[in-house]
Design a protein around this ligand. Structure first.
Ligand code: ATP
Ligand code: LTN
Length: 341
């Protein structure tokens, strides 16, 4: 049988996740699971998925924790179903061309554009000192990640929309300055239903950097803890299990999680629990979440200390490097850097 890697690929997909903490159920539903779906659907597309460790050091990281998180994110990608026969999985810092092209992107972008990025403004907050320069130049690295592989599609959350727009502008600007070099990429956003909210403050998104541990479910949380977190999720004082984002944000979020992990629609779930109370609904949902996460944890613990994980990451980086080196030669030549070979 012809392996998927041998099918002629005419398109490219690129995406990454930062290893800044432990991955949540939100990351699974909104990102990891989408990648798995796309790897199976997009037969004509070569996928490059990486652990964005260079992005992580835009804010301070502990050396030991960072190393652990990088490996853990890689193992979780695989545990969630990413297939190394269909995807090039690698660690960003192991492909030096990301940093090389990032500098070229900094030399294409304007300071004003970087300063306008809302994520930069939010993360910087009111702090005046100790902001790393890379927090400002971060979108240049992200543009490099994408343009290096001539990505056609980039699956991202809508919080990354502005960075993708900037990437498109940089690609277009570079192309008009130096001649056709980069593909101008398109963003791919998962269905809106898939934004998972905090369990304690359902108006905010579920985030791995939240200070309240009860607000998120980690993919590697103990199963008993997961059950407890769902059972103690904030809901309103009404008793109806009904989707209403404005008045019943907590229950609506739990309905979204339920629908995302089963093949039932929200309407069908509402009907099923028409005559039930919150406790029954939450208890059923806890089992559904636990049933989805249990096999992921099982595969995770099988792979985390296996040398196979290293082989997959090495092969992924080799393929990425091959494509990236070719691109960088072209870029240097277009700009006039170095000597002509
Ligand atoms: P942080 O919470 O530290 O800001 P994050 O959890 O948003 O980080 P990222 O590395 O920025 O993590 O996101 C990885 C991917 O997971 C992105 O595509 C993002 O859109 C998606 N994602 C993150 N949180 C959620 C969520 N609550 N619901 C759906 N998708 C999410
Ligand atoms: N900035 C993204 C992670 C990321 C990324 C990328 C996503 C880094 N480089 C390239 C898509 C393509 C984030 O914070 N979610």
């Amino acid at each position: 049988m012809q392996s998927q890697k041998e099918v002629k690929k005419t398109r490219t997909l690129v995406s990454g996740i930062q290893p800044t903490g432990k991955l949540t159920l939100g990351n699974y539903i909104g990102a990891l699971r989408q990648f798995v779906k796309l790897q199976d659907e997009l037969e004509d597309t070569e996928l490059f998925i990486f652990i964005a460790d260079l992005h992580a050091i835009t804010t301070p990281q502990d050396r030991v924790e960072l190393r652990k998180n990088i490996r853990s994110v890689a193992a979780l990608y695989l545990a969630c179903g990413l297939d190394p026969a269909k995807v090039n999985l690698f660690i960003q810092s192991e492909v030096i061309e990301h940093t090389m092209l990032s500098y070229i992107m900094e030399s294409t972008a304007y300071v004003g554009e970087m300063e306008r990025m809302t994520q930069y403004k939010d993360k910087k907050g009111k702090q005046m000192e100790g902001i790393r320069t890379s927090l400002l130049t971060y979108p240049a690295l992200m543009a490099a990640d994408i343009l290096l592989y001539d990505a056609h599609i980039v699956p991202i959350g809508d919080d990354q929309k502005q960075h993708l727009e900037l990437t498109r502008n940089l690609a277009t600007r570079f192309n008009s300055l130096y001649g056709e070099t980069f593909v101008v990429p398109e963003g791919f956003y998962p269905e809106t239903g898939a934004r998972i909210k905090s369990l304690t403050e359902p108006d905010k998104k579920m985030s791995k950097s939240d200070e309240n541990q009860k607000s998120y479910i980690l993919l590697l949380d103990d199963l008993a803890i997961i059950r407890n977190k769902i059972k103690s999720a904030v809901t309103d004082s009404d008793t109806k299990i009904k989707y209403d984002l404005k008045k019943k944000a907590g229950i609506s979020n739990l309905l979204t999680i339920y629908a995302s992990l089963t093949d039932l629609s929200i309407k069908e779930i509402e009907k099923k629990y028409e005559n039930s109370n919150y406790a029954t609904f939450k208890s059923d949902l806890a089992e559904i979440v636990v049933d989805s996460i249990r096999p992921i944890q099982k595969r995770y613990f099988e792979i985390i200390n296996d040398i196979k994980l290293d082989q997959i990451l090495t092969e992924g980086a080799e393929r990425a490097r091959f494509v990236a080196q070719r691109k960088m030669q072209k870029v240097y030549k277009k700009i006039g850097l170095g000597r002509i070979k």
